[in-house]
Design a protein around this ligand. Structure first.
Ligand code: XLS
Ligand code: NI
Ligand code: NI
Length: 449
């Protein structure tokens, strides 16, 4: 991938293309483990991991928090004569960043890319002016769009929800926005379109008709799907579960809830899950649990790669750092067949006080290296076969005889009970789950032994 910048203006002038230097390197601006061209099995590392950069955290977030002002003085904002000029410079900076980092994919919300106008028509005009710039930049660099989405949560009009708003007018405005975001995604050859339920939830049941709101959400999603298909969109729709924040209770609470929702409303043919590590933690689950749950339903799609903080109860969106977490996640991803249309989108932001321009690179390098290690470990666990072999053996009584008949639905409940009635009490079921052995084994893999 050619390193891109607009000749006259380079936004990260002191930083060149990030090289792979290996684990011994002490260069903070080099990969230690992520070696994009290295082959694992039939695929290159970069095709296993499919890294994407999130436009919102990396180029829009300015360090503002509920207690303090912006700390990130983005060079692409300073000196811009209008919000549109700032958006154009931001896009140039983004493509410079993608190509220097070597990330071949990105994700965006409509409002990350272009400022909102006075009317839906003006917003759409702004968006499409930036979309045509993005199209040229994609062509020039080879960077592609993993997924697009619409921001249906920042504007005050969405304070009571978007598709689940009690006021019809807001639902219609949300549709105008999603229609434009879908058109933009199609125009940019996006491989997916994501719905994260921003404010689709409730703050109090005392003012909420829960059933009606969920029906409205499903109606909105299925008609958006029909529209996109009519326009020729062949990609995947994703729902990204999150249990809370900003609403007290989000309707897309966790993976299992979303699977039930998709199946109940007949959306499971077109929609899959986009699973975020930090959201899993907020729902009281392991990241790997959410991935396994989606894979078990045949609905695994994509990942928002980040991490939470176990002492905090909110979405801290930090860059991945734990080999344990990325190894167990990649173990689930590989066994689910790996990424097809999905990828690892860094829905993560640098801390408020990380104010050096290099920090954005260092954060992504760390996340990519952590996932590369996770991939190597997961690959080793599978190749070695001890852990998957143990699990296979644990269920082997279902491979033949009555166990196999049970699985195939060939035993009535009376027959099943009859077999149970003649089993030997005290002997059946007394076999070790070997959890500590398997945990110790995992630790050995983590150390690369
Ligand atoms: C917020 C979500 C959001 C989605 C995209 O918590 O993670 O960033 O990924 O709308
Ligand atoms: Ni996310
Ligand atoms: Ni999030």
């Amino acid at each position: 991938m050619a390193e891109y910048h607009t000749g006259d203006r380079e936004y990260f002038p002191k930083i060149g293309k990030i090289p792979f230097e290996g684990p011994e390197s002490d260069n903070p601006l080099a990969f230690k483990f992520y070696d994009p061209e290295k082959k694992l099995g039939r695929k290159k590392m970069k095709d296993h991991l499919r890294f994407a950069v999130a436009y919102w955290h990396s180029f829009c977030a300015d360090g503002t928090d509920p207690f303090g002002a912006a700390t990130h003085a983005h060079p692409w904002v300073a000196g811009a004569k209008s919000p549109m000029e700032a958006a154009e410079r931001k896009m140039d900076a983004a493509f410079e960043f993608f190509t220097k980092l070597g990330a071949e994919l990105y994700c965006f919300h409509d409002r990350d890319m272009a400022p909102e106008g006075e009317t839906p028509a003006e917003s759409e005009k702004n968006l499409f002016s930036l979309v045509s710039r993005a199209k040229k930049l994609q062509k020039a660099t080879g960077v592609r769009l993993l997924w697009g989405t619409a921001n249906l949560f920042t504007h005050p009009r969405f304070m009571n929800g978007a598709a689940t708003n009690p006021e019809f007018g807001v639902v219609a405005l949300a549709a105008a926005q999603v229609k434009a975001a879908i058109d933009a995604t199609i125009e940019l050859g996006g491989q997916g379109y994501t719905f994260w339920g921003g404010r689709e939830g409730y703050m109090s049941l005392l003012n909420t008709d829960l059933k009606r709101e969920k029906d409205h959400l499903a109606r909105f999603l299925s008609s958006a799907r029909d529209y996109a298909r009519k326009q020729g969109f062949k990609g995947v729709f994703y729902i990204e579960p999150k249990p809370m924040e900003p609403t007290k209770h989000q309707y897309d609470y966790d993976t299992e809830t979303v699977i039930g929702f998709l199946r109940y409303y007949g959306l499971d043919k077109d929609f899959r899950l986009n699973i975020e590590a930090n959201h899993a933690e907020l729902a009281g689950h392991d990241f790997a649990h959410e991935l396994e749950t989606a894979a078990a339903a045949g609905l695994f799609g994509s990942v928002d790669a980040n991490r939470g903080d176990s002492q905090n109860g909110w979405d801290t969106d930090q860059f991945p750092l734990s080999y344990y977490e990325t190894a167990t996640a990649m173990y689930a991803v590989l066994r689910a067949g790996g990424f097809t249309t999905g990828g690892l989108n860094f829905d993560a932001k640098i801390r408020r006080n990380s104010v050096d321009p290099a920090d954005l690179f260092i954060a992504h390098i760390g996340g990519m290296d952590t996932f590369a290690v996770g991939l190597e470990i997961a690959n080793r666990i599978i190749a070695d076969g001890k852990i998957p072999g143990f699990v296979k053996k644990r269920y082997s009584s279902f491979n033949s005889g009555d166990g196999a008949k049970f699985e195939k639905g060939e035993l009535s409940f009376e027959e099943l009970a009859g077999i149970g009635g003649s089993a030997a009490y005290g002997k059946t079921g007394i076999s070790s789950g070997k959890q500590e052995y398997l945990e110790n084994l995992l630790n050995q893999y983590l150390l690369g032994l």
